[in-house]
Design a binder for this molecule. Structure first.
Ligand code: ADP
Ligand code: MG
Length: 220
């Protein structure tokens, strides 16, 4: 569940301002966030993930008020509860595809990397159409393949909240549907809450809730 209220955010002294009076995404709901480029969608995701801190208001995720946590507690909350697919993917170039997918298991002491997890990672990669790329390094992948590695990495630890920033932005129409269906099925199967930023208006019918960032106060 995501509950945002009275949120006020700006980057330093910059012109851009985001004001979100009220936003709720109930537990287990698949929500899409739409809005023009530069309107603050990525910023909103980073605020919900606790990567950015607002100047005012609160963000409650899975009953925890993340805006009240210390930097360290916020980071630890994020790695145990939230799966993130960043717009720029943030893959580690020196690790293979498989090791990138398994990365959360190396940085989060609460997660145990065993044979079953490795098997799930391989089968997820297979479903995503990158099963034959596990030994490669990210720089030898296409943008679409990199994006799918990022999606595998985010869902493997089974987070209660999945935040994905344009996860189908670099994909051809066939792969768009396929990747989005895997994300949506993951959320349905595990009861996770999903918030996806998307530009694909033809995919919106697959979501339970659509959040238009233009409904909030955005200056900039
Ligand atoms: P969107 O994801 O909807 O395209 P963003 O949230 O990335 O929009 O950006 C919203 C606004 O904030 C833009 O005007 C952008 O230039 C500005 N912005 C984004 N990141 C930063 C940053 N780190 N520092 C200053 N301004 C930023
Ligand atoms: Mg963005």
């Amino acid at each position: 569940m995501i509950e945002v209220s009275g949120l006020e955010f700006r980057y330093g002294e910059g012109e851009f301002r985001l004001h979100v009076p009220e936003l709720r995404v109930e537990r287990g709901v698949a929500a899409a966030c739409i809005g023009p480029s530069g309107s603050g969608k990525t910023t909103l995701l980073n605020l919900i993930a606790g990567i950015l801190m607002p100047q005012g208001g609160s963000v409650v995720t899975d009953k925890v008020e993340v805006t009240q946590l210390s930097d360290e507690d916020r980071r630890s909350f994020r790695i145990t509860h939230i799966g993130l697919v960043f717009q720029e993917f943030e893959l580690l170039e020196y690790l293979s595809v498989l090791d990138n997918i398994l990365l959360p298991y190396r940085i989060n002491p609460a997660l145990r990397l065993d044979a079953a997890v490795r098997e799930r990672a391989a089968s997820l990669a297979e479903q995503m159409g990158i099963g034959d790329k596990l030994g490669r390094h990210p720089r030898k992948l296409s943008q679409g393949e990199r994006q799918r590695v990022a999606v595998c990495r985010a869902v493997l630890p089974e987070p209660v909240l999945l935040l994905t920033d344009e996860p189908t932005g670099n994909l051809d129409p066939a792969n768009k549907g396929r990747v989005l269906d895997i994300i949506l099925d993951y959320a349905k199967d595990t009861g996770a809450t999903l918030l996806t930023v998307t530009h694909d208006h033809d995919l919106l019918r697959k979501f339970d809730q659509v959040i238009d960032i233009k409904d909030f106060g955005v200056i900039g």
